[in-house]
Design a protein around this ligand. Structure first.
Ligand code: HEM
Length: 397
C-alpha cells in the first residue's frame, strides 16, 4: 500500500509537470467540460466501437477471459472513465484512479501497444463525434480539439507510467534474484574451500595410525585457520544482513577509529598514524555500521600492503561534513578495477566475497554520506568516507 501511495504522489507531481509541458490551462479544462453535453449522446457508440475492435484483435481479445459478461462490465467502466475525462477535476484522486487503470492493464497482461492503439482509436472517434455535433464557431471547435488532445495525451502518459513502473519493478526483481543467486554461489564456494581442508585434516587425525605429535598439532592448527576463514565469511554476511536499519546517533570519530584499529588487528609490518583534526568531534551514524565501514577500509588497506607499509587515517571537518581518509602505501588499484570495486561480488583478491566495499558504500549512502577513492598503481590508495558532521545536530543524542 505504501509503495502504491508513493507512486501516486510521484505520479501526480509528474502529471503536474506534464500539464505545464503541454501548457494545460483552466481554459482547456473549461472547454473539455463544456463539450460533455455535446458528446454524451455518442458515448454508447464510442464504447461499442471500442470493444468491437478488441474482439477483432486476437492479441487484445486474449485479455478478455470471462466473455460477454466481462465485456458488459467493461463497457460500464469505460463509460465512467469517459465521464471522468470530460467532467474531472484532474486532481490527485483523478491521477491516482487513472494510474490504477493503467496498472490493472499491466496486471491482466495486456501489452502496452494495445492500450496505446485503443486510445488512439478512441481519440479519433471522439474528435469525429465532436465535429459532427458541433454547431458553434470553428475557432472554438479547433481550440476544443487541442484541449482534448492535451488531456488524452496526459492520460496516455499516466498509463505508460504505470507500465513503465511495473516493468522497472519486474526488472529490479529479476536483477535482485540474479544477485542473490551469484551471492549464494559465492558463499558456497567460499565456505566449501575451508570445509574441505578441515575435512581432510579430520580424516587424517581419525584414520592415520599413531600420528606424530607434530603432525597432529599441524593439522589442528590447519583446522583452526580454516575455521577462522569460514568465520570471516560468516561475519561479512552477518554485516550485510545487519544493514537495513541504521540507528543514527552522534558517534565520536577518534574513539571509533581506535576501536576499529583494535578489531582489525593489523599485522606488525604496518605502521599506523592517526590524525584527527581538532574541530572534528563526531559524525551522525549508526555506531555498528560505522565500525563496519572503518574495519572494512582498514582491512582493505592492510590487504593492499602484503609486505607492510604505512597506513594513515586523517579526519577533517569540511563544511557540514567530516571526511575520513584511509590511505595506504600498497599495490594500488588499476584504472580498470577502480570503476568496479564498489560493485557487489567484484573482488581482485583470491579470497573474499567482494562484499566489503559494496557494504561500505551502501552503508554510507544510507547515511547521506559518500565513499570516494583515489589510487595510483604501485603507490597506494586513499579511501575517503564522507559523513554528516554531528555538530549539525548538536542537540542530537
Ligand atoms: C486506453 C484504452 C483503455 C482504457 C481507457 C481502458 C479502461 C479500462 C478501465 C477503466 C478498466 C477498469 C479498471 C479497474 O478495474 O479499476 C479497465 C479494465 C480492463 N480493461 Fe481496459 N481500457 C483500455 C484498453 C483496453 C484494451 C485494449 C483491452 C484489451 C483487451 C482492455 C481490457 C481490459 C480488461 C480485461 C480489464 C479488466 C476487467 C476486469 O477487471 O474484469 N482494456 N479498462
Amino acid at each position: 500500500v505504501t509503495q502504491l501511495k508513493l507512486n501516486v504522489e510521484k505520479c501526480f507531481r509528474r502529471y503536474q509537470n506534464l500539464q505545464h509541458y503541454v501548457e494545460w490551462t483552466d481554459e482547456d479544462a473549461q472547454r473539455v467540460h463544456s463539450s460533455l453535453d455535446l458528446l454524451r449522446p455518442s458515448f454508447v457508440g464510442l464504447i461499442d466501437d471500442f470493444y468491437d475492435e478488441i474482439t477483432r484483435q486476437p492479441e487484445a481479445q486474449r485479455a478478455i477471459t470471462e466473455g460477454a459478461d466481462q465485456i458488459q462490465r467493461l463497457k460500464q467502466t469505460l463509460r465512467e472513465w469517459l465521464m471522468e475525462l470530460f467532467a474531472g477535476q484532474y486532481d490527485e484522486a483523478y491521477v491516482s484512479r487513472r494510474w490504477r487503470v493503467g496498472l490493472r492493464h499491466v496486471e491482466i497482461g495486456l501489452e502496452q501497444v494495445y492500450t496505446s492503439a485503443a486510445l488512439s482509436r478512441l481519440r479519433n472517434r471522439i474528435l469525429v463525434a465532436l465535429q459532427t455535433a458541433w454547431t458553434g464557431p470553428i475557432v472554438e471547435f479547433l481550440a476544443t480539439t487541442y484541449s482534448l488532445n492535451k488531456l488524452l495525451d496526459l492520460d496516455l502518459a499516466i498509463i505508460e507510467d504505470a507500465y513503465q513502473s511495473a516493468y522497472l519493478e519486474q526488472q529490479q526483481r529479476a536483477e535482485r534474484l540474479i544477485a542473490v543467486g551469484q551471492m549464494a554461489g559465492g558463499i558456497a564456494h567460499e565456505l566449501r574451500n575451508p570445509l574441505n581442508v578441515v575435512k581432510t585434516s579430520i580424516y587424517y587425525l581419525l584414520n592415520v595410525k599413531n600420528p606424530s605429535t607434530e603432525k597432529t598439532i599441524e593439522h589442528l592448527h590447519r583446522i583452526e585457520r580454516q575455521v577462522g576463514v569460514a568465520d570471516k565469511v560468516i561475519t561479512a554476511l552477518a554485516d550485510f544482513a545487519k544493514l537495513p536499519f541504521p540507528q543514527v546517533r552522534r558517534v565520536h570519530v577518534k574513539s571509533s577509529v581506535t576501536e576499529a584499529l583494535e578489531l582489525a588487528s593489523l599485522p606488525d609490518g604496518i605502521a599506523v598514524r592517526v590524525d584527527v583534526a581538532e574541530d572534528v568531534s563526531g559524525v551522525m551514524a549508526d555506531p555498528d555500521q560505522f565500525r563496519i565501514v572503518l574495519t572494512n577500509l582498514l582491512r582493505n588497506a592492510s590487504d593492499a600492503m602484503p609486505t607492510g607499509g604505512q597506513l594513515t587515517i586523517n579526519a577533517s571537518a569540511i563544511e557540514d561534513f567530516v571526511e575520513i581518509d584511509v590511505s595506504d602505501t600498497g599495490i594500488g588499484i588499476s584504472r580498470e578495477s577502480l570503476t568496479k570495486i564498489m560493485q557487489p561480488l567484484y573482488s581482485t583478491k583470491t579470497r573474499g566475497l567482494g562484499l566489503g566495499l559494496a557494504i561500505t558504500r551502501a552503508i554510507l549512502e544510507k547515511h547521506d554520506g559518500q565513499l570516494l577513492v583515489t589510487s595510483h598503481e604501485g603507490q597506494g590508495s586513499t579511501f575517503t568516507v564522507r559523513l554528516p558532521s554531528s555538530s549539525l545536530s548538536a542537540n542530537g543524542t
